[in-house]
Design a protein around this ligand. Structure first.
Ligand SMILES: *[C@@H]1O[C@H](CO)[C@@H](O)[C@H](O)[C@H]1NC(C)=O
Ligand SMILES: *[C@@H]1O[C@H](CO)[C@@H](O)[C@H](O)[C@H]1NC(C)=O
Ligand SMILES: *[C@@H]1O[C@H](CO)[C@@H](O)[C@H](O)[C@H]1NC(C)=O
Ligand SMILES: *[C@@H]1O[C@H](CO)[C@@H](O)[C@H](O)[C@H]1NC(C)=O
Ligand SMILES: *[C@@H]1O[C@H](CO)[C@@H](O)[C@H](O)[C@H]1NC(C)=O
Length: 392
């Protein structure tokens, strides 16, 4: 059992008031697309981020629209912190310490975060906290699959908020609920041309999900390990700053890499603050892989290999060569559904079915994104998981 297993076990204690039989699984869903019904909270709106603007101005439109939701989100984090360490001292620390930390972040991230704080009125330290948060707590399912014509499809569920305030009355995670209104689709442009597109949380400047049209698709999943993000972030605060923040790396790759191979090399070789899984899809047959990273290097790369019958690669939050923790096995149900679908019938619609099957869909799932590289297509949906449903 890894750190994530412990978190799940801890979470289990906090939700025992609710009745469910883990692991709650169901038959593979079919015909869920086009999305509708009780598992769909709603579609996701589009915004343009103009990379030709100075970093402090890039997020003005998004944040002006989402200001109230961002304030509510940050308040929810504060409430949790106060419940954890009463007296408000924790947030006091955040407000004093983290603004100093923003100066240590590389640009454009530093200036973008300052711009977000200025437009939203949320104190700078709390915007930094919001940005650091994802580096350590994202739980997900990602899959890249190739059809018989050599087209590549990439889908992901973004699950977030484990152990972040279980609301027993609503049977939901407080932070996951507060994140849903913040989900946005972003079209990053330079000279009025799309450079890349992404699904993101307003107020967050790194990338967890994105596509460079015609070239590659990329998602990141948290990899929990003892030598994890906490240590890397602590080192950063203490002044050792040679590692890169994971979601800053994914953003930089989406912005700057021009091909699958270049993206793969950058993701495999850049020193990181925390371990991670990068799930990368290319634009040609065989181009799909999971890069398992330690902070220093790539430990393993698992690629699509049609000769071996491996027409898809799928990652949750466990090393693919190890068994997932039995209370948190989203991999087996997801693979079962992929296998049932078969390569002949794989499509974005079929991926949506897989990602809509419990417990791949669970109470932490905030959004589902579907990407097709050849069409440059990215679409995403805010999700709900009606009872009975696994909390993670
Ligand atoms: C609980 O659910 C109700 C109805 O869906 C909603 O109005 C309310 O805001 C929720 N409460 C919290 C704390 O999320
Ligand atoms: C940017 O591109 C859109 C369509 O892609 C076009 O409608 C618009 O006029 C362009 N704007 C500028 C400033 O060139
Ligand atoms: C795939 O990506 C490479 C590198 O960006 C590009 O040169 C090539 O034209 C792309 N192929 C297709 C079919 O889009
Ligand atoms: C799915 O198929 C692969 C390849 O044949 C196999 O290794 C794997 O065990 C299958 N998984 C499930 C859950 O059916
Ligand atoms: C694939 O799709 C076809 C046409 O929709 C359907 O008849 C067939 O049963 C499907 N195959 C599998 C294995 O689901």
């Amino acid at each position: 059992m890894n750190i994530h297993g412990f978190l799940v076990l801890a979470a289990l204690l906090s939700v025992t008031s609710t009745q469910f039989v883990p692991p709650f699984t169901e038959d593979c869903r079919t015909n869920m697309y086009p999305p509708n019904g009780p598992t769909l909270r709603g579609p996701v709106g589009w915004y343009t981020v103009d990379l030709d603007l100075p970093p402090t101005k890039r997020w003005t439109e998004v944040i002006t629209d989402k200001k109230n939701d961002l304030v509510a989100m940050v308040q929810a984090i504060k409430d949790l912190a106060d419940a954890f360490v009463p007296s408000g001292r924790l947030i006091e620390l955040v407000d004093i310490t983290l603004p100093l930390m923003v100066e240590t972040l590389p640009n454009p991230f530093k200036d973008e975060i300052k711009g977000i704080a200025a437009v939203s009125g949320v104190p700078l330290g709390e915007v930094v906290l919001f940005n650091v948060f994802y580096e350590v707590f994202t739980v997900c399912t990602s899959v890249v699959a190739e059809d018989e014509k050599g087209h590549l499809y990439h889908g992901r569920n973004l699950d977030f908020g484990l152990f972040m305030g279980w609301d027993a009355k609503n049977k939901s995670w407080t932070i996951s609920e507060k994140l849903k209104p913040l989900v946005v689709n972003l079209d990053f442009k330079r000279k009025n041309q799309t450079v890349f597109k992404s699904t993101n949380f307003a107020g967050y400047v790194g990338m967890l999900t994105g596509i460079k049209p015609k070239a590659f698709t990329l998602t990141m999943n948290e990899r929990f390990s003892l030598d994890g993000g906490y240590i890397g972030i602590l080192e950063w605060i203490l002044g050792q700053r040679d590692g890169m923040w994971m979601s800053f790396l994914t953003r930089s790759v989406l912005e700057n890499a021009i091909s699958y191979e270049e993206a793969k090399n950058q993701l495999a070789q850049t020193k990181l603050l925390a371990p991670a899984y990068f799930i990368l899809g290319g634009n040609q047959t065989g181009q799909g892989c999971i890069i398992t990273r330690s902070r220093l290097l790539s430990i393993d790369v698992l690629e699509i290999d049609l000769k071996l019958g491996r027409w898809y690669v799928l990652e949750t939050n466990y090393d693919h060569w190890k068994e997932p923790f039995f209370l948190d096995d989203r991999r087996t149900p997801a693979m079962k559904c992929m296998n049932q679908t078969t390569q002949t019938n794989i499509s974005l619609n079929a991926l949506y079915d897989v990602l809509s099957t419990k417990p791949v869909l669970n109470k932490l799932t905030t959004y589902t994104t579907l990407m097709q590289v050849s069409e440059g297509k990215l679409e995403s949906y805010i999700r709900d998981c009606p009872n009975p449903c696994m909390p993670w």
